[in-house]
Design a protein around this ligand. Structure first.
Ligand SMILES: C[S@@+](CC[C@H](N)C(=O)[O-])C[C@H]1O[C@@H](n2cnc3c(N)ncnc32)[C@H](O)[C@@H]1O
Length: 254
């Protein structure tokens, strides 16, 4: 078996948590705000390659259907999504059902492929969710989580320190998922995908507010989080004009 924790895209190796740090708490309106700022072209292209020749996909935690729309041209797509506000935004032509990644309401091996993109950090039990993907998908699974050096994870970690919570480590999620999927008979590969986040019209203050609500919706200290991250976001945007929300696409085939 592969030592996935040693893979550079699952790093940094010296900072692995002992346990899952989440679940993070998402305000669905904040996610819609972030989607407006994302440039997902590279992500969509990589997803289409990973799902080449697949005619049936279940998108678990499909959100607003941002990525779902890209794959529906060539495949029948079902979205399983627990948030009614997100489900209401999913365009026509896609089968939509209420459900959670930890207990997908579909039979064993009932789809050719299953995907879960930017979802595991919101699950109560992300490894149970990975096992569910392996249970329902006969041939292919795609998971996308944050890459090492992702600016939005750094911002999450500043917020988490104020909440007294541990830092996030998406490489840990990826390594644990890859290990489980390999044990279930899948061949696993990882690739880095570039996802820039544009500066919003309201600048760093707007982005700080959006991100805090992406991670700690309803938290009592959310204003303190925003006050702490706005200067960091402002400094990054002054130098680079975009933030990195780079991801790692995990492709599993059997
Ligand atoms: C950051 S959004 C990602 C949406 C979409 N997959 C994408 O990449 O654009 C996270 C999504 O996961 C959903 N979610 C949260 N907890 C979940 C769970 N336990 N099972 C499935 N989906 C969940 C949220 O409602 C939200 O739509």
């Amino acid at each position: 078996m592969t030592d996935w924790r040693a893979h550079p895209l699952c790093g940094p190796r010296d900072a692995y948590p002992d346990a899952f740090w989440g679940p993070e708490k998402l305000d669905s309106a904040a996610f819609v705000e972030l989607v407006d700022l994302l440039s997902p072209d590279v992500e969509i292209a990589a997803l289409l390659v990973a799902l080449k020749d697949i005619k049936q996909v279940v998108d678990v935690g499909g959100g607003t259907g941002l990525l779902t729309q890209a794959i529906m041209g060539g495949a029948e797509v079902t979205v399983i999504e627990p948030d009614p506000q997100q489900r209401a935004k999913i365009p026509g032509g896609i089968i939509v059902a209420d459900g959670r990644a930890e207990a997908v309401p579909l039979p064993d091996r009932s789809t050719e492929a299953a995907i879960a993109t930017w979802v595991l950090q919101y699950c109560d039990d992300p490894m149970r969710a990975v096992d569910e993907l392996a249970r329902i998908a006969r041939h292919r699974i795609v998971i996308i989580q944050a890459a090492p050096g992702n600016d939005l994870v750094e911002i999450y970690n500043r917020e988490a320190a104020i909440a007294g919570k541990p830092s996030a480590h998406h490489g840990w999620l990826l390594a644990e998922a890859a290990t489980r999927l390999e044990a279930a008979g899948f061949q696993v590969t990882l690739e880095r995908i570039a996802i820039p986040v544009r500066k919003p019209a309201g600048g760093a203050a707007q982005l700080a507010r959006t991100l805090a609500r992406m991670h700690f919706s309803g938290h009592a200290d959310i204003d303190a989080m925003i006050a702490a991250t706005e200067p960091l976001i402002g400094r990054t945007l002054a130098v680079a004009d975009t933030l990195s929300d780079d991801g790692v696409l995990l492709s599993a085939r059997r």
